[in-house]
Design a protein around this ligand. Structure first.
Ligand SMILES: [Mg+2]
Length: 226
């Protein structure tokens, strides 16, 4: 048995990373332009719904300090800051419970950002290997099974002996499920209310990693493909 986890919204609350990044940018805006930290921070939080890509443009424009160069600087501050984030309590318990089982992480996203998160959460010490898919080329990001097949190689095992726990039904399960990997959907975070066809849906759903115990996993590994 091999357990593979997604990172964002599966092992910790991704919004806490975004908040942590906004705080770092707010601090930068204070140090550079004397914009009060709490004012720009609240502005960014309120504009989160409008799409992350444009938030720094809007913020800099709002405070009268916009330039393309400054947007790039804000993105750099956001991506390179040391995040103040924590594992969910049930994640810590789960990693402890299965410490004798080979565990991996497969996560998409900016290489530097994902690495900073993994370091801040202490995950490099707690799992065998963390695959940041973008290190293997954008085409090998999820839903590509590339990194999952690499795990099979490393563990000298078959997809049916590997379970993936993720939260995004748009990309986490569809391709690996077709290859025989077992899949479990974590029903929390941004995608928790998304309903997809059975092709995209995981074999099982959970609301907390506390549900992931030996009894549950034997059910997962016995399950025939749907
Ligand atoms: Mg996720």
């Amino acid at each position: 048995m091999v357990i593979v986890f997604d990172l964002d919204d599966t092992l910790y609350d991704e919004i806490t990373f975004v908040q942590s990044g906004f705080k770092a940018v707010a601090k930068h805006l204070f140090e550079t332009y004397a914009v009060p930290i709490s004012v720009s921070y609240l502005f960014m939080l309120e504009h989160l719904q409008l799409g992350r890509g444009k938030i720094f443009d809007d913020t800099l424009q709002h405070f009268g300090v916009f330039s393309k160069k400054e947007v790039v600087r804000c993105v750099t501050v956001y991506r390179s800051h040391v995040p103040k984030i924590h594992l969910y309590d049930d994640t810590a318990r789960c990693l402890q419970r299965f410490s004798n089982v080979p565990m991996y992480i497969v996560t998409d996203g900016n290489k530097l950002v994902q690495k900073n998160k993994l370091v801040a959460l202490g995950l490099y010490q707690r799992v065998k290997f963390c695959f940041i898919t973008h290190r293997y080329g954008i085409k090998n990001a999820k839903p590509s099974p590339h990194c999952f097949l690499k795990i099979c190689e490393r563990e000298k095992t078959e997809p049916r002996e590997v379970v993936y726990i993720g939260d995004n039904p748009h990309k986490d399960f569809v391709k690996i499920k077709a290859l025989g990997f077992k899949t479990v959907r974590m029903m929390r975070g941004y995608f928790k209310d998304v309903v997809k066809s059975s092709e995209f849906e995981a074999h099982f759903q959970i609301r907390s990693l506390d549900e992931l115990n030996n009894e549950f996993l034997s059910k997962v590994f016995e399950a025939q493909d749907v």
